[in-house]
Design a protein around this ligand. Sequence first.
Ligand code: M6P
Ligand code: ZN
Length: 192
Amino acid sequence: MLDISTTRVTIDWLTGRLSGNAITSKEKRLGQLAGLFRHQEAFARMDPDQLVYTVQYWMPIDEGTPGGLFWGNTTIEPGRVGDEYFMTAGHCHAALNRAEFYAAVKGEGVLLLMNESGNTRAEKMHPGSLSYIPGGFAHRVVNTGQTPLTFVACWPSDAGHDYTTVASRGFGVRIRSIDDLPQVIQEVACGP
Ligand code: M6P
Ligand code: ZN
């Protein structure tokens, strides 16, 4: 007789949270995100310990292994730096042609997708939204709501993360609160 084993990891679908010994977690606090937000003076006035987002992930095989998959979730707290909403750092994949899925569990937000030519589009995220991020597209998630935004993600184990391209180029646009509504605004230097 063959035993039926239990899985090493479980998901709470109401929250997206993962449980199990193999789970890794990381936190991003404001102080770790210097240079990310447009409004540097507003940033300087805020508490560097303020939590911006948390990530949990399961890497069932070694990072860099071709053909495997990783699973994770991210929760972005509600908040703003000046008029710009809290967001992930954003990245493209080190192996450029690797794709990814993002599916929102809770909250409201916007996914920014920028191709290699620098053309950016924005997609709504809400409970049940499923976004396909094609290879070659930089991706960033922005929490435009009043509550935490949680999404789950699945990506190839040999994708890797390239943060330098996004850090130097940005996305060409920023999601800002204008008259209390999220708007996609072309990037401009922060003025008075
Ligand atoms: C998702 C996945 C992860 C990523 C995380 C946070 O869960 O895409 O690979 O690390 O979001 O995004 P970032 O790495 O841009 O901070
Ligand atoms: Zn990715």
